[in-house]
Design a protein around this ligand. Structure first.
Ligand code: SF4
Ligand code: SF4
Length: 444
């Protein structure tokens, strides 16, 4: 049976077998934990602790500052060592709260207490989500309590759980769906209580049969929640693609999902909502995959937010002695961020570390030729852009044409065009730089 899908896209090797069947291990860090105050979209959070303060796991250490912002919660117990600028995973620097970890992970009072949510109102559910510091855990990092409070909640008719996980190497969502399906469905039920006219659809790629079976079983008793198998294709999990596949509605440039009656949440975010509302557990941990052909023991761990990437790679056995790590990415090979140091903490929205023995971009740059005008990049672009023309405009620095005529700012940096280009042109990298230049000029 052929499952629903979107226009365009590519089929990179998944490499999921490296980690998908390894048991999930809990990893408790030994070193300090570091919490950037800007680990979400929106205004940075405001620290509410100072150097020398004792802290407990589950304690608020920085509070949301403004409407689009998110609380930050300590994931360990110990003492505030510093509040200072540090490097972050995306290559920038940010104010960070550094906690000297006492290794005990003592919980703050009330954390982990079971809670009967049946009498909770919609605003109380949203308050609990906000207090827990939940943001989009699939990568977006948008504060969840804001996403779940659109202007007209009665006009939302679809809540879509994103269980696609189309990025190669990463298996944490697949493993979450296979092992914690009940938590995801409970999270979906809580979200549906905010939208009286909505049904829940859990969209999962058809290359994850065990996750499909587990999720189908978990929601079997609820006629308002169903599982939809979608074709395994990259980038199936892009919000715009998923909405089109599930509802047949096409998000136009500049529109938000809520404009089309949709709310999209990653399955990890739904599980975090369940834990926050029903178990009084703020966002302290997440599932995280360390994988790649250069890693000794690729697997998924439940990790503490704020743990250093170096500790996480060591927990996966480090790099194989016979390999040289040519590229280390936070995320997967299609959309991940190339890292220049492992001494940075993972943030709430980071789901993987991928270590590759070959740097395909470097290899490709060595083989790059002039554009062959084959048009393949346009065929695979899931947004319907024309990457070939965007590249010409970007190289000429014709930003007016890039933005206004070619809609280049709508590029979601999925990398499908780079992947398919026979001339090995680093298109996505060029588009990211161009977007950054245009946005910088606008800010000025
Ligand atoms: S990187 Fe941008 S231009 Fe290239 S395929 Fe993806 S969305 Fe289209
Ligand atoms: S895929 Fe590459 S070679 Fe073909 S048109 Fe696009 S940029 Fe040119």
């Amino acid at each position: 049976m052929s499952h629903k899908t979107f226009r365009g896209g590519v089929h990179p090797d998944g490499h999921k077998d490296l980690s998908k069947d390894c048991p999930i291990e809990e990893f408790l860090p030994k070193g300090e934990l570091v919490f950037p105050v800007n680990q979400h979209i929106g205004k940075p959070a405001k620290p509410v602790v100072k150097k020398g303060d004792p802290v407990l796991a589950g304690q608020l250490i920085a509070e949301a500052d403004g409407f689009v912002s998110a609380n930050i919660i300590s994931s360990c117990s110990g003492k505030v060592k510093a509040i200072e600028e540090r490097h972050t995973v995306n290559g920038g620097r940010a104010t960070c709260i550094v906690i000297e970890n006492d290794g005990l992970f003592t919980l703050a009072p009330g954390v982990g207490t079971e809670h009967d949510d049946t009498s909770m109102s919609g605003p109380q559910i949203l308050d609990a989500i906000k207090a827990a510091g939940i943001v989009g855990l699939g990568g977006a990092g948008f504060p969840t309590h804001v996403k779940l409070a659109p202007r007209n909640p009665e006009q939302i008719d679809y809540v879509i759980a994103n269980g696609s996980e189309c990025e190669p190497y990463i298996t944490c969502d697949d493993q979450l769906m296979r092992t914690r399906s009940d938590g995801i469905v409970e999270g979906m039920r809580l979200v549906l209580r905010l939208f009286p006219n909505a049904k829940g659809v859990i969209a999962i790629e058809d290359n994850k049969p065990e996750a499909i079976a587990a999720m189908t079983k978990a929601c079997a008793s609820d006629s308002n929640i169903s599982v939809l198998e979608v074709k395994a294709k990259y980038p199936e999990g892009g919000e715009r693609n998923l909405i089109g596949v599930v509802t047949g509605r096409q998000l136009r440039f500049g529109q938000l999902p809520a404009d089309l009656g949709c709310v999209v949440c990653n399955v990890s975010s739904l599980n975090a909502i369940y834990r926050a509302v029903c178990k009084s557990e703020p966002l302290m941990t997440r599932l995280f995959t360390v994988s790649g052909d250069a890693v000794v023991k690729p697997h998924t761990m439940e990790v503490r937010i704020g743990t250093s990437c170096r500790e996480l790679l060591e927990a996966a056995g480090g790099i194989k002695p016979e390999c040289t790590a040519k590229k280390i990415l936070c995320g997967g090979p299609m959309m991940g961020i190339a890292m220049s140091t492992l001494d940075v903490p993972i943030a709430k929205n980071n789901n993987a570390l991928t270590v590759l023995a070959e740097d395909e971009v470097e290899l490709a740059e060595n083989q790059m030729t002039a554009c062959l005008r084959c048009g393949r990049c346009g065929h695979v672009c899931p947004i319907g852009l024309v990457p070939q023309m965007m590249a010409e405009a970007a190289e000429r620095k014709d930003y007016e044409r890039y933005e206004k005529k070619l809609y280049g700012l709508d590029c979601i940096a999925c990398g499908s065009c780079t992947y398919i280009c026979p001339a090995k042109r680093p298109l996505m990298q060029l588009f990211k730089q161009t977007k950054a230049s245009i946005m910088a000029a606008k800010r000025k």
